[in-house]
Design a protein around this ligand. Structure first.
Ligand code: ATP
Length: 270
């Protein structure tokens, strides 16, 4: 049966095996239109594999996946191509090409998938770059000249080059100092508010989970152990879920989120 129209991604009874190693054994997950959903879970719990399955880079061993209402098993190559244009992906390590400058990197999806001329593509790339808070001259630099936080911003600019409906962010704050991580977290919220996107984030970052995400799905034991808001999950008693709430770091992240909510800036009203 097709999922409801406000469901962007529906995964049912997904199993994923590599030889005898079962990564997902019975995984159900729904991504709803307009939400920011985080996928969290321990190392090796299958978060990246799950994302690769969502973006058609990998097939599950069994189970069903519907993307924008389309069963991936019945997709023709042109349908798969059309679907791929509806999402943008920010990879963990940026995925920018070192031989191109940052503006050319951001313009790459437009060069591949549109007939716009070079000058217009450059203008659009500069606009996307400015949305991420990078200075105008940043576009002429090579990715190798950027700090970790700047790379994440440039990579986000490329992910939104084609104005996607759906955005995948793989560890968007990993490896960043707390200030840069907070800046990227705020940028995610601003991008979400500006474009009304659906966003799927893979992250371990407690501050990001608390401050930016509508729902969090926690993976473990081959499935989604629990999903809901961080407030909902804080009442869950599975030991892996408790790991996100018990301990000084966990409590500090929760208190910071509560303080932030009280201050209520325009893009942190959730
Ligand atoms: N192509 C592959 N071939 C064989 N095993 C794989 C392959 N891709 C992933 N795996 C295995 O699947 C499991 C889940 O990997 P995955 O990268 O999804 O974990 P993760 O939750 O993203 O972990 P981390 O947080 O450390 O990045 C791991 O045991 C990994 O070794």
């Amino acid at each position: 049966m097709a999922p409801p129209t406000d469901t962007v991604i529906a995964m049912n009874k997904v199993c994923t095996r590599f030889g005898s190693h079962a990564v997902h054994t019975d995984l159900d997950l729904e991504v709803r239109r307009g939400e920011i959903l985080a996928i969290a879970g321990g190392s090796g719990s299958g978060k990246s594999v799950l994302m690769r399955e969502m973006i058609l880079l990998q097939r599950p061993t069994s189970g069903s996946i519907h993307l924008f209402g389309h069963d991936i098993e019945t997709l023709t190559p042109p349908q798969a191509h059309a679907l791929r244009l509806r999402w943008g992906v920010m990879f963990q390590h940026g995925g920018l090409f070192g031989a191109l400058n940052v503006r050319e990197n951001i313009g790459l999806p437009l060069r591949e998938h549109s007939r716009l001329d070079r000058a217009l593509i450059d203008r659009i790339a500069e606009w996307k770059l400015s949305l991420t808070g990078l200075p105008p001259d940043a576009g002429l630099k090579r990715p190798g000249e950027f700090s970790g936080g700047m790379l994440k911003r440039a990579s986000l600019a490329r992910a939104i080059a084609l104005d996607p409906e759906l955005l995948f962010l793989d560890e968007p704050t990993s490896g960043l100092d707390p200030d840069s991580a907070a800046g990227v977290s705020e940028l995610i919220l601003r991008t979400h508010a500006l474009y009304g996107l659906t966003i799927v984030i893979i992250t371990h970052d407690l501050d990001l989970l608390w401050q930016a995400c509508d729902r969090v799905a926690i993976l473990g034991e081959g499935r989604v152990l629990a999903s809901g808001s961080m407030e909902d999950l804080s009442r869950h008693d599975h030991p892996i879920v408790r790991g996100y709430f018990d301990g000084p770091r966990q409590r500090a992240a929760a208190s910071a989120a509560h303080r932030q909510r009280e201050m209520e800036t325009p893009w942190t009203t959730r």
